[in-house]
Design a protein around this ligand. Structure first.
Ligand code: C2E
Ligand code: MG
Ligand code: MG
Length: 653
């Protein structure tokens, strides 16, 4: 046997191995992996036909029958061989999850089919309408000009693959790009060698090596499944959603959130909780298949599941969701324990109703709190005109837009000193004016900015804006001793916070006594060392600290004494309950206790003359009562210029 056949034999051995691997390890579950299996079969068939035709061409016995058989084998070789690149195109569309384009864009379908049919037609017409190849008298294979059509077709498919890789570069996994380029390069080298010298049958071997690369990156379906719930993993959900948005693939999403999952986990214990999650997934799967609803099920941790379906009829999604709800009207029995999952559901069409990942992500984590009727089955479409809901859901985008468009500004609320009977300071309060929704309350966007990390950039803006205000304003003329700035707990763990603030204050020529930072008790729960280092450093520099919202947290006196706090701000909730029996006693005793440990006391949220008078006349045994008052009774937070006008007019009164 000719030594050049050895390459083909090696290819067959590798391919048989792949085919067996596919059967035994369930590697070929899922559409993409099935296409890869078809690719392996095509390659196997073409290599076998290549090998056998080569064998007869090189055999010493030549008879008309053998020549005929060789001709048939060569024709048979061309069919699977010409199907390899089209199948690779299918593989790329499927593994990149843009398969739906084949459905929506007819031109793709027809082009693809044409590319597969043309070689068959050409082979039928071989030697009659067109000259692709022929076997000469001594059974040698000869190429005719018709074979060029195959090369041209292959070239077009390569262009298709190249164009695809460029168009969808953002969603193709980087390992696939490398594999695609590498395997195509190896295959093309093989083709060129064989085209220049048909005696060297290396093409099939090179293509097999190319396939080997694909096998390496092919994912096993079960590696995408969550081992506990049996649904698709969170990471594959994230990949899936981002990809869908990139390719604008229309899907209907049903979020299913088990609101009390943390409790369930606590009282079931880890083992039974896993059994519960699996049972829950099976129940979802069962309900979907009972309604003949085709959907993938994802489990995104934290008790959140999602159906993702290409069936765009959201009414059907609603029916399935309601049938799930109906099952949950009765408790689930898990390992002889009765479990009652409290479930919220929300149905949304993407990209029609939500077209970006961050909004979808926000919805998935907040809808159970923000959608009033999610206990039934809520349709996102019903809320699209509800501004409050939309703001909550789009906070990520709104904050990013705010940073980009510089739409943050500072307002100032005057703080009244009882002893001096005038305004001696002010609290700087951040405002965000969004181009779409107008003013967004900080109580909404600050906690969100803390969650998405934007608080650091926003916090820097606040400190700089206030430093600029202090440096530009005539503080004496306004009667302002200092300005209070809210410092988020997240800012307190910035490694360089203290140095950054000190440098900034020096740059703007702001005195350390002109600023007071407001912090909340929660900072004590973060990283005590770094918090302590930042706060102590700033305090040692001469900056005062106030404890904000006192009375809303644990009001843990240890925290109050362990942090270098100069001022305590009694939260508005004290004032709101001032007429509740005994509340005034609680307030007076609290103020007295704070005075006893040397803190200055400010009361927030004073809205009426009556309440202001009560605090003004407060007496706490040995100590003078509360010193400072802040509230709408005196003034609401005002934009910079109005605030200055307010103070000026009050100075001259
Ligand atoms: P806070 O620091 O406790 O600020 C006091 C809040 O109470 C302000 O709300 C203020 O407008 C409001 N307020 C003051 N007096 C009265 C009153 O008499 N009645 C009523 N109903 N409300 C009153 P605002 O400006 O909406 O801020 C809410 C929260 O957002 C702040 O609570 C603070 O935690 C946070 N925040 C505001 N600006 C910033 C900032 O620049 N940085 C950080 N980290 N947080 C900020
Ligand atoms: Mg404050
Ligand atoms: Mg407060």
């Amino acid at each position: 046997m000719n030594s050049i056949l050895h390459f083909d034999i090696a290819a067959v051995v590798i391919l048989v191995f792949f085919l067996l691997l596919g059967r035994t390890r369930e590697r070929f579950v899922g559409r993409s992996n099935k296409i890869l299996y078809v690719l392996t079969i095509l390659l196997f068939l073409s290599t076998v036909f290549d090998l056998t035709s080569g064998y007869f061409e090189n055999s010493h016995t030549i008879s008309p029958k053998i020549i005929q058989l060789t001709y048939v084998l060569n024709s048979l070789f061309f069919i699977p061989h010409n199907m390899i690149l089209p199948t690779l195109v299918l593989y790329m569309y499927s593994s990149t999850d843009v398969w739906h384009l084949f459905k929506t864009k007819k031109i793709l379908k027809y082009t693809w089919v044409a590319g597969c049919v043309i070689p068959v037609l050409i082979l039928i017409g071989n030697g009659w309408l067109i000259n692709v190849f022929w076997q000469s008298g001594n059974n040698t294979y000869n190429r005719g000009p018709g074979v060029t059509v195959f090369y041209v077709l292959a070239g077009l498919y390569l262009l298709w693959l190249g164009g695809f890789a460029i168009r969808y570069r953002k969603i193709i996994r980087p390992d696939k790009v490398i594999v695609l380029s590498f395997s195509l390069a190896v295959t093309i080298i093989g083709v060129i060698i064989q085209a220049m010298n048909p005696k060297h049958l290396v093409e099939m071997f090179a293509t097999t090596i190319g396939l080997l690369f694909f096998m390496i990156v092919a994912r096993r379906e079960d590696s995408m499944l969550d081992s506990v719930s049996g649904a698709y993993k969170r990471i594959s959900a994230i990949e899936h959603f981002s990809r869908n948005f990139e390719t604008k693939k229309p899907v209907v999403l049903t979020f299913i959130k088990i609101v009390n999952h943390a409790n369930i986990r606590l009282y079931l214990g880890q083992e039974s909780y896993s059994a519960f999650l699996r049972q829950f997934t099976d129940m979802l799967r069962g309900k979907a298949s009972a309604s003949d609803y085709k959907a993938d099920i994802f489990y995104m941790d934290g008790g959140l599941f999602a159906f993702v379906s290409e069936d765009m009829n959201s009414v059907r999604a609603g029916d399935v969701a309601r049938s799930v709800k109906a099952v949950l009207a009765n408790p689930l029995i898990v390992s002889d324990l009765e479990v009652r999952p409290d479930v919220c559901m929300c149905i949304v069409k993407c990209p029609e109703e939500i077209g970006d990942f961050s909004t979808l992500y926000t919805l998935s984590s907040t809808f159970s709190q923000t959608m009033p009727n999610s206990r039934d089955v809520a349709f996102y479409a019903d809320y699209m005109n509800d501004n409050q809901f939309m703001i909550k859901n789009e906070l990520d985008t709104i904050i990013k837009r705010g940073i980009e468009n510089r739409s943050f500004e500072m307002h100032y609320q005057p703080i009244y000193s009882i002893a001096k009977d005038r305004f001696i300071s002010a609290e700087a309060l951040l405002r965000l004016k969004d181009e779409k929704y107008g003013y967004i309350p900080p109580a909404l966007f600050i906690p969100f900015a803390e969650m998405n990390g934007a608080i650091h950039e926003i916090g820097d803006f606040v400190i700089e804006a206030v430093a600029r205000f202090i440096s530009m304003a005539d503080m004496d003329m306004l009667g302002l001793d200092y300005v209070e700035i809210n410092l988020s707990a997240a800012q307190c763990i910035e490694v360089d916070l203290a140095d950054k603030i000190i440098t900034l204050m020096e740059d703007y020529g702001v005195g350390s006594d002109q600023i007071c930072f407001e912090i909340t008790e929660t900072i004590a729960d973060l990283n005590p060392e770094i918090v302590d280092r930042n706060v102590t450093k700033l305090h040692d520099y001469g900056i005062r600290f106030a404890l904000d919202d006192y009375g809303t947290g644990y009001s843990n006196i240890k925290r109050v004494t362990s942090l270098p706090i100069d001022q305590v701000k009694l939260d508005k909730s004290f004032v709101d309950e001032i007429n509740v029996p005994h509340m005034w006693d609680v307030i007076s005793d609290t103020v007295e206790m704070l005075k006893r440990i040397g803190k200055e006391v400010l009361v927030e949220g004073v809205e009426t003359l009556e309440v202001a008078e009560r605090f003004k006349n407060m007496e706490c045994n040995l100590f003078q009562g509360c010193e400072l008052i802040q509230g709408f009774y005196y003034c609401k937070p005002l934009p910079e210029e109005e605030f200055k006008m307010f103070l000026t007019s009050h100075r001259t009164k």
